[in-house]
Design a binder for this molecule. Structure first.
Ligand SMILES: Cc1cc2nc3c(=O)[nH]c(=O)nc-3n(C[C@H](O)[C@H](O)[C@H](O)COP(=O)(O)OP(=O)(O)OC[C@H]3O[C@@H](n4cnc5c(N)ncnc54)[C@H](O)[C@@H]3O)c2cc1C
Length: 321
């Protein structure tokens, strides 16, 4: 019988990604409803020492697959390993981050395990019978759809980074680490990573930033935003309008089709506050919005609203720093 809530714990270059810890946090809430365990799947090479961190953030069991073929993410290798774990342990639920890795891996797994997958969830709830209610934005973010998977197990979902909250780290928390050995079908390894080239613009992950200076179409020149962000110890983010215009890179886009962020401070310059943008930033702790239109929807979520020219306010901040 299918049991326990599993989380695919993403790591890159041996570093656990924040979304993995966030998913363990929500998995704990779900598991408490049914009295099941939270199990983490940790895949990679020379990553076994990261298992303790997953326990500290709430995992009861960490299943580690440490193999040289998993050093860099390649879909087939990872899909084989997670499929083998899923067949061995028959989880009730498997959660993935809605990252480039999770969005690639989860559909392949759902096909191999002949079950459903709800992508890009923003809310997860569980009933006592173990049915998972997976909520995600639909129709351009204008409504939310709650989806269930009553006839198949595991119930699978990808969850956007930054939406769920991780638990406080507790190094006294106890858990079991199980080292797994997988028999890979290497004949199916058709893709090999030869080189990795990183985009300089995307070197900073806006999901991790404590402060974001976010630029919208109302800000004519984005260059001062970089100076202000640097002086304030933050990063630069963007609305989709500037990404579509080719001014900003997609990795800086906040919103429904971009990233979900939850910084301590979100400074929005010349952003209207369309529902698709708000979906990615409204959980920020403190929001400052600068817009010439006093009726701009961004002001509805702002803690501090400034009705003024974005470039002029930016210039004044730059002078003060
Ligand atoms: C399916 C779908 C998914 C989407 N996903 C996203 C997403 O992930 N992220 C996202 O951002 N958008 C997304 N969008 C687009 C979204 O609907 C908006 O079009 C977009 O957010 C608008 O960006 P903006 O606020 O920068 O531009 P605009 O809507 O053009 O707003 C510019 C704002 O600047 C103000 N302004 C003008 N001049 C000045 C000035 N001098 N000083 C100060 N303020 C000024 C204006 O009053 C206005 O409020 C999506 C849309 C769809 C349909």
């Amino acid at each position: 019988m299918a049991k326990n809530i599993w989380v695919f714990c993403e790591q890159r270059d041996g570093q656990l990604q924040s979304v993995a810890l966030e998913l363990i946090g929500v998995a704990r809430e779900l598991a408490e409803k049914t009295g099941e365990k939270v199990c983490a799947a940790l895949l990679g090479h020379k990553i076994t020492d990261k298992a303790a961190e997953l326990v500290a953030y709430g995992a009861d069991e960490v299943h580690v697959v440490d193999d040289a073929c998993l050093e860099k993410f390649v879909t087939e290798q990872y899909a084989q390993a997670v499929t083998a774990l899923a067949k061995k342990y028959e989880p009730s639920v498997i959660l993935f981050g809605a990252t480039s890795i999770g969005r690639d891996l989860a559909p392949r797994l759902s096909a191999r395990l002949k079950t459903g997958l709800t992508a890009d969830c923003t809310k997860l709830e569980m009933d006592e019978e173990g049915n998972l209610f997976m909520t995600r934005p639909a129709f351009g973010g204008n409504l939310f759809a709650t989806i269930i998977c009553p006839d198949h197990r595991p119930q699978m979902s990808t969850v956007r980074p930054g939406v769920m909250k991780k638990l406080e780290r507790d190094d006294a928390r106890q858990g079991e680490v199980v080292v797994e050995s997988i028999e890979f079908d290497t004949a199916k390894f058709a893709v090999k990573v030869v080189d990795e080239v990183r985009s300089i613009q995307c070197a900073v992950n806006i999901e991790e930033a404590k402060l974001l200076v976010a630029c919208g179409r109302g800000l004519k020149d984005v260059k001062p935003a970089y100076t202000v962000a640097e002086k304030l110890g933050g990063s630069v983010a963007s609305s989709r309008a500037l990404v579509d215009a080719g001014i900003m890179d997609h990795c800086s886009q906040v919103g429904q089709t971009g990233k979900t962020v939850r910084p301590e401070a979100y400074l929005a310059f010349g952003i209207s506050g369309a529902i698709q943008h708000l979906a990615g930033m409204e959980e920020s702790e403190y929001i400052v919005a600068v817009n010439t239109d006093k009726n701009a929807p961004i002001f509805k979520v702002a803690n501090l609203g400034i009705v003024s020219d974005a470039a002029a306010v930016m210039k004044n901040i730059e002078k003060l720093l």
